[in-house]
Ligand binder design. Structure first.
Ligand SMILES: [Zn+2]
Length: 562
């Protein structure tokens, strides 16, 4: 790297900056524009937990809308210049520190020459464009008409852009033309202009929350609602069987307003179930719609893997191609006219960004959304609501000092332990408790709704006794099998969970729960019986889709036959 050549022996401190405007009050329309800072050297498990205070408020930017400027485009230009002037002032210390470095002690007590360099900027799409002074894509020079294509250009080169920016003193006309030539907006001194070793276009990171959940998925939901009619989609929502990890949308999903990222995530879990085997308006099969939606969901989930490999990045690329191959169905059915949507284009840059900066949970904007509550909204509440920002910063400064001192006292009292135990990555699967009770076969159907349990058990035994038999033969012999007991132990709840990698006792992560219960009388009326279905891997625990038929048995979970 260039820095190592210029000044050998450097330790890089990658600075991650995020900004996100937030509403402080619902009615009086007061907004705050906080800038948060954190560093890439902190493990992401710590960085993303607000309780660990790895993110600090750096500044509040002016949230003024400059409404006194009548001309819209000149107001937009002034707002952009104001943003960059403020950010330049806030980040100015990075200029000299990035070049010559500064001595800092790390957690292990070793003093290193650290170079803080702006590495990543996290923000939503308008902020990304504002920061990079670009129009359609903050990363590459793609044109407006190609945003919907399966095509990405290489990231913009910084050299020509900096050259254009150096023409700022040659008069407004010359400067405008130079910037236009370089493909950027004529902002006066963008804040990154003089920051050392910064490539601002590369620093723009994927944003799963705004680009995928609140962008692409939002579009997909509206397209399929239009295609299959809102009434049908909502009716299908109500018909879905309950499951521990699936939210039940009893009112459907098409009438919700101001849908949050969490709600979109909940919709994604049922989206395929809502459209599978549905009929398109012209009566044709919806198989290409299912393929397109499935490809987007694959992309969404693979993009969020906490660690990535060449193999998963290939899957990410191929699911994006699968979407582009099948998306034309939305045009054919008259739902869409073109796909030139910046958020759809943004998916083109995920693979490269993950290669440069690691898994997307390193720079997720979801975490800053949580910070707003601590660092903007609570702070605002502590003021007398007049000239609030000076009061807010003072309040936060005091609070930070109290927290830091509290952490120091806790550390001394606990005998000054090492920062964190080593990471143990061990998926921990556990079935809890003894069976709740023993239930006769006859009662399984009437009390638990497990209708064909006895027949399924006979079939399982038949298949176990003769694993090579054909299905026809099994159908013939299974009903003749006499099961030598009349009741089975029933588990009302089974938990499957993964241990927290740091073994912190307060962080056990329940991944899934299978519920079984008989019909019950409650105050609000009769609650119907329920039993969940699980897929049991009967072989080596390797799960890939093609092996489901061969090695998994579908079993009602309520009963362990012993
Ligand atoms: Zn692009």
């Amino acid at each position: 790297m260039q820095l190592e050549q210029d000044n050998p022996g450097a330790t890089i401190v990658p600075i991650i900056i995020s900004t996100d405007k937030t509403q402080l009050t619902l009615f009086r329309n007061k907004a705050a524009y906080p800038v948060y800072i954190t560093i890439g050297n902190i493990p992401k498990e710590i960085r993303r937990k607000p309780s660990h205070h790895a993110q600090t408020l750096l500044a509040y930017l002016p949230a003024a809308r400059l409404e006194h400027i009548q001309n819209k485009s000149s107001r937009r230009r002034s707002l952009a210049n104001l943003f960059h002037a403020c950010m330049a002032k806030v980040l100015q210390p990075l200029e000299s520190a990035g070049i010559s470095g500064m001595e800092m002690a790390s957690g292990d007590g070793v003093i290193r020459r650290c170079h803080p360099l702006l590495a990543a900027f996290v923000g939503d799409y308008p902020e990304q464009c504002l920061v990079t002074c670009t129009k359609h894509c903050p990363k590459c020079p793609i044109s407006k008409d190609e945003l919907g294509e399966d095509k990405a250009l290489p990231v913009r080169a910084l050299g020509p852009v900096l050259e254009a920016l150096s023409a700022v003193n040659d008069g407004p006309g010359t400067y405008s033309n130079a910037c236009k030539e370089a493909g950027i907006k004529p902002v006066i001194h963008p804040f990154w202009e003089n920051l050392p070793y910064v490539h601002i276009f590369q620093s723009i990171t994927p944003d799963v929350l705004h680009q995928l959940y609140q962008g692409v998925i939002k579009h997909i939901v509206s397209w399929i609602s239009e295609m299959f009619s809102s009434a049908e989609i909502d009716a299908r929502c109500r018909r879905l069987p309950p499951n521990h990890n699936v939210r039940v949308f009893l009112k459907g999903i098409t009438t919700l307003s101001r849908v949050s990222g969490k709600e979109h995530a909940d919709m994604c879990k049922i989206l395929l179930g809502l459209i599978v085997d549905a009929r398109t308006p012209n009566g044709t099969s919806a198989v290409r719609v299912v393929r397109a939606v499935r490809a987007i969901l694959d992309f969404l989930y693979i993009a969020q893997f906490p660690s990535q490999s060449e193999e998963t990045l290939d899957l990410l690329t191929s699911s994006l191609s699968a979407f582009h191959e099948n998306k034309v169905v939305f045009e054919e059915l008259g739902i869409r006219d073109g796909f030139n949507i910046p958020k759809i284009h943004s998916m083109q840059h995920y693979v490269e960004s993950i290669r440069n900066y690691g898994a997307t949970d390193n720079y997720n904007t979801e975490y800053t959304e949580r910070l707003h509550i601590d660092l903007a909204k609570d702070a605002y509440k502590s003021t007398n609501f007049k000239d609030e920002f000076t009061q807010m910063t003072l309040w936060l400064e005091r609070k930070e000092k109290v927290i830091r001192h509290g952490a120091f006292i806790a550390w001394r009292l606990s005998g000054q332990p090492a920062p964190l135990p080593p990471i143990v990555r061990q998926p921990h699967i556990q079935m809890t408790r003894n069976p709740t009770k023993t239930v006769p076969f006859t009662k399984l159907a009437s009390d638990y709704g497990a209708g064909h349990f006895y027949e399924a058990l006979q079939m399982t035994i038949a298949r176990y006794q003769d694993s090579l038999a054909s299905q026809d033969h099994l159908n013939y012999i299974a009903p003749k099998i006499a099961v030598p007991f009349i009741a089975v132990p029933v588990f009302h709840k089974i938990k499957f969970w993964n241990q927290d990698p740091y073994c912190r006792p307060d962080c056990s992560d329940v991944l899934d729960v299978a519920h079984v219960r008989p019909s019950q009388k409650r105050a609000q009326g009769q609650v119907p019986e329920r039993f969940d279905t699980v897929l049991v891997n009967a072989e080596d625990g390797v799960s890939d889709v093609s092996s489901i038929r061969g090695s998994f048995n579908c079993a009602g979970v309520c009963c362990g036959v012993g």
